[in-house]
Design a protein around this ligand. Structure first.
Ligand code: FES
Length: 103
């Protein structure tokens, strides 16, 4: 049965912003694109950079270390079709952005 873990208050993640959140022993990258929240694995697959601290432009985040770019809505790398960052299902509960983790 999937577990749902609160990551951040919706009010603390305004439209167009991103956040890095550590929960359940993992690092998550949380994004707000026009009021829709997305969660990716927060560790960049290039060299471990913090995707939650990247710059968000529309639905594309740019890793702050070397500039790799991902679509935060599906994890797809913007230039390499074979690279896809893990994404997680999201639920909003009691004003919190929650990540749904498979057991
Ligand atoms: S660590 Fe993210 S682009 Fe290099």
């Amino acid at each position: 049965m999937p577990r749902t873990i609160p990551l951040i208050s919706c009010d603390d993640l305004t439209t167009g912003s991103s956040a890095e959140v550590v929960a359940d022993g993992r690092i998550f990258a949380v994004y707000n694109v026009g009021g829709t929240f997305s969660v990716l694995d927060g560790i960049c697959p290039h060299a471990g950079g913090p995707l939650g601290k990247g710059t968000l432009d529309g639905q594309v985040v740019t890793c702050p270390w070397h500039g790799w770019q991902f679509d935060v809505t599906n994890g797809q790398h913007c230039l390499n079709d074979t690279l896809c960052q893990p994404r997680y299902d999201v639920e909003i509960r009691d004003g919190q952005v929650c990540v749904c983790l498979p057991d």
